[in-house]
Design a protein around this ligand. Structure first.
Ligand SMILES: [Zn+2]
Length: 257
């Protein structure tokens, strides 16, 4: 089935992502939204290089750390929107609360530029690159986007990892009630909540659920099989699957279906 990966990242060993796009070809992944990471702060040269090399296949999402001065955040968002980026990427675990009133002028800019807002949500490990850092999941759950989602209905918010493990019910609440709230099912918590058949997932509106993988690579087809079997066993339809794998993301990215 045709797929779009709403949750991908640049690959240092494959700077233009040529190899990655040929993997996407092998697995019927027609496009991916490539997000900057906290290490890139407001400068996302890796994402920009890849997106420029694959127009129409890779779409850009600029990482912004809202602890930085507002003018610098706004400048970065405007600059990358000018390069054709479709989204901003946030990582609130760094220590800011997206609900904070002080960010309203920033959200106004994001809405005016018709950008998506994709956020990492949920708990993260304390190993590897995250070891010993001051990171908390307390401000990185969907309810911390409730105010901007209400105040700026023109921004479509996407919660990565289905909003996190413990906080997935916040995702269910917001995507069931707010037309501009969406979530991906990216591993770990995004897959975990479905593996566990957690309460509340069976009634979801599949127009608000998106395929995202954190770069599944050669495992794309296995992911497709796993999600297809899981969703069908939960009573979802083939039409739900089409929206989940492709059509919801195509519509968010402005790709003509
Ligand atoms: Zn990611």
């Amino acid at each position: 089935m045709k797929k779009i990966d709403i949750h991908a990242h640049a690959i240092p060993s494959d700077p233009t992502m040529d190899r990655y796009v040929s993997i996407m070809d092998r697995h019927e992944v027609s496009a991916a939204l490539v997000h900057g990471i906290p290490e890139e702060r407001r400068d996302n040269p890796d994402v920009l290089r890849a997106v420029k090399a694959h127009p129409g296949r890779l779409f850009g999402s600029v990482h912004v750390d809202l602890r930085d001065p507002r003018e610098e955040c706004v400048e970065a968002v405007k600059r990358y929107a000018g390069e054709g980026f479709r989204s901003i990427k946030l990582f609130p675990n760094l220590g800011f609360d997206p609900n904070d009133e002080q960010f309203e002028p920033f959200w106004q800019v994001v809405e005016d530029l018709a950008l998506l807002c994709f956020s990492h949500c949920g708990w993260i490990t304390n190993g590897g690159t995250w070891a010993r850092r001051r990171l908390s999941s307390l401000t990185a759950t969907p309810f911390h986007f409730e105010l901007p989602a209400r105040r700026f209905p023109g921004i479509r918010f996407i919660f990565g990892h289905f909003g996190g493990g413990a906080s997935y019910l916040e995702t269910v609440t917001l995507i069931s009630r707010l037309p501009n709230a969406f979530a991906d099912t990216c591993p770990g918590w995004g897959r975990w909540v479905f593996e566990q058949r957690m309460p509340g997932l069976s009634g979801l509106d599949f127009r608000h659920v998106l395929f995202g993988t954190d770069n599944a690579g050669e495992e794309y087809s296995e992911y497709e099989k796993w999600w297809t079997e899981t969703f069908l066993s939960m009573g979802r339809t083939e039409e739900d699957l089409r929206f989940y794998f492709y059509e919801n993301a195509a519509s968010l990215l402005g790709i003509h279906v």
